[in-house]
Structures are given as C-alpha cells and as structure tokens.
Ligand binder design. Structure first.
Ligand SMILES: Cc1ncc(C[n+]2csc(CCOP(=O)(O)OP(=O)(O)O)c2C)c(N)n1
Ligand SMILES: [Mg+2]
Length: 325
C-alpha cells in the first residue's frame, strides 16, 4: 500500500506524463528543424523533477542547468511559454532570447537554468543564504548532473552550506554520463552521495526512477532544511534515453550500448508509478487514458501557440539580456 495521499501521487504521475509528452514533441520538432535551439531532453529522468518539486512549495526556489525543461514543468511552469521559448518567440518564458538552455520563471520560483556546468550550485547557495538572513522560510534547490560534481564550486558550495546550515537541497541527477563520458571513467569512487560526509552534511543515494522514493527523500530533506537543520545532498540514480543533446538516442556513436538503454527503458519511471497506482486502485485505465488525452491536447496547444507567436522585435533585441542597473 502506498502511504502518500492519492492527490499527490496522481499529480506526480501527471507531471511525469506532461514532461515526457512535451519532450517527445520537442524532439520531433528538433528533428524536423522547426526548433533550432539545442535541446537536451529529459526523457527517462522525469521522476527526479516530479518527485522533488512535488515536495516543494510554489515560493521555494529552484535552479536548473542545460537539461531543465522537466524542472520548469514540474515546478508548475506554463508549457505554452516553454514551447514558445524553444521556438525563440517573444511569448517565451525568456522572451525568446534564452532558448532551451536559459529558461527562467520567477513566478514559480525557477530563478534560472545556467548551462555553464555547476553554475547554479553556488547561485542556489546564494539564495539560500539570502533566505536565511531574511528569515524567509524558503528552501532552495539546485538540480545538477553527475558531471557537475567534478567542478570545484560543488565542493565549496557543500562546505559553505553545511557551515552556515543553509536551507538548500543539492539534487544530483546521476544519469551515468557527462556528455559522452561514462562516470566510471572519470571518478575513482563513483558514489556521489558519499562526498557529502567530508563536509558534515547528510548524503543519500536513491533510485531516481522511483518517483515515490524521490518524493519521500525530498520531503524529509526539505523539512530538515526549513526547520534550520541545514542542507542535504540527494544523489538520484537515473538515465537519459536520448543522446546528450538533440532528438536521437545516439546509439550509432558507439558510446553506450543498446543493452544498457534497454535495461533503463525497462525501468521507465512513468510505467513504474503507473503500475503501482493501478495495483492500489488509485488509477483506472479510463483515468489513465483521460490524463494522456488531456496532456496530448495541452502540448498541441503549446505547439500551436509557439508557432503563431511573433519573434521579438528587432528594437528589443538588446533588452533583457543583462540585468539593468
Ligand atoms: C564549465 C562547462 N564545461 C563544459 C561545458 C559543456 N557541457 C555542457 S553539458 C556537459 C555535460 C554535463 O554533464 P552532467 O553534469 O552529468 O549533466 P547531464 O548532461 O548528464 O544531464 C558539458 C561538459 C559547459 N557547459 N560548461
Ligand atoms: Mg550526467
């Protein structure tokens, strides 16, 4: 029996289906050349964004990276604005000037997705420090990949956050690869969670394809952070189904095997939650179909909106690029 409210479980399920369908459609449009901004698709990793964001409040801050469509959608971002951004249209969440890798939606607490690897980790420490000084009771989350843990700022950030007991959760999406480099080829010890112990904060490794496990771990870490208990590092083991960037699975590149991809596809995070919900009579076949059709329509409306939207005016091209001082 699942001991989480039905409403929460269904919301997480819907979020994952929304991310999956959005990403599949974005991939098709990239393949057709209609979307030209480089897209790093999140297919296969949906449970991480859905589980963590379900445990957050709308006011809490999140930061992403180059692979952040899922973070935007899970935090409650409008998919019409996201699709429009991928088409670089003026109605996009970054006014058409960011593209896939620079998305922002402060109204839902997504303060940025800097694609410089590891960049959002110290920035999230900054918002956590600000929240703690201002007594705001807000938690900050930084989503980053396994590759980002090889940057020095990751370690500096863990130390500073632990030292100051900041309200931040470090969420590492360990999809086993950093571009085409397998983790095992660059790390002497492939446990990322373990690195937290050197700085005196809790580090846990979880199944990032299990939305329930992600939600529960995030909830616990968020409660701790909100109550002055300091940061947690959560390493979510997961896998991206597509190549590093673009729509294809990149199997022709000879860098990862079909067997490996098949193994992870069989561990599909959506199928997994769906089976649990059906087993516990929390989701019927009809409800599943309704959700699927509703999301299909939402995504098609987003594509239509994006295509019909105008490009930014030439006169506005240098606006919203730098912070006005
Ligand atoms: C500082 C820096 N170095 C290199 C790059 C090029 N780059 C973009 S994504 C990426 C790999 C990131 O891997 P990981 O952090 O594991 O995230 P994933 O793509 O697997 O989600 C690299 C090296 C970059 N954007 N920034
Ligand atoms: Mg990675």
């Amino acid at each position: 029996m699942l001991n989480i409210e039905k409403e929460i479980l269904i919301k997480m399920y819907e979020t994952m289906v929304r991310i999956r369908r959005f990403e599949e459609r974005a991939g098709e449009l990239v393949a057709k050349g209609e979307i030209k901004t480089p897209c790093h698709l999140y297919i296969g990793e949906e449970a991480v964004a859905a589980g963590v964001c379900q445990a957050l409040e709308r006011d809490d801050y999140i930061f992403g990276n180059h692979r952040s469509h899922g973070h935007y959608i899970a935090k409650g971002g409008d998919i019409k604005s996201l699709m429009a951004e991928l088409f670089c249209k003026a109605t996009g969440c970054s006014k058409g000037k960011g593209g896939s890798m620079h998305i922002i939606a402060p109204e839902i607490g997504l303060l940025g997705t800097p694609p410089i690897v590891a960049a959002s980790i110290p920035i999230a420490v900054g918002t956590a420090l600000a929240s703690s000084i201002k007594n705001e009771n807000k938690v900050s989350v930084s989503f980053f990949g396994d590759g980002a843990t090889n940057e020095g700022v990751f370690y500096e950030s863990l130390n500073f956050a632990a030292l100051k007991k900041l309200p931040i959760i470090f969420v590492c999406e360990n999809n086993l690869y950093s571009t085409h480099m397998p983790l095992a080829k660059i790390l002497a010890d492939t446990s990322i969670a373990k690195k937290a112990s050197a700085f005196g904060l809790p580090g846990i490794q979880i199944d990032g394809n299990n939305a329930i496990e992600v939600y529960q771990a995030a909830k616990e870490a968020i409660n701790l952070a909100r109550n002055g208990g300091g940061p947690t590092l959560i390493e979510c083991k997961t896998y991206r189904w597509r190549g590093h960037v673009g729509f294809s699975d990149d199997l022709d590149k000879g860098l990862r095997s079909k067997e490996e991809l098949d193994y992870w596809m069989a561990k599909c995070p959506i199928k997994r939650l769906e089976e649990e919900l059906i087993k516990d009579n929390l989701l019927s076949q009809e409800e599943k179909e309704e959700i699927s059709q509703k999301i299909e329509k939402e995504v098609e409306r987003a594509v239509q909106f994006a295509k019909e939207s105008p490009y930014p005016e030439e006169a506005e091209l240098s606006e919203n690029i730098f912070k006005d001082v």
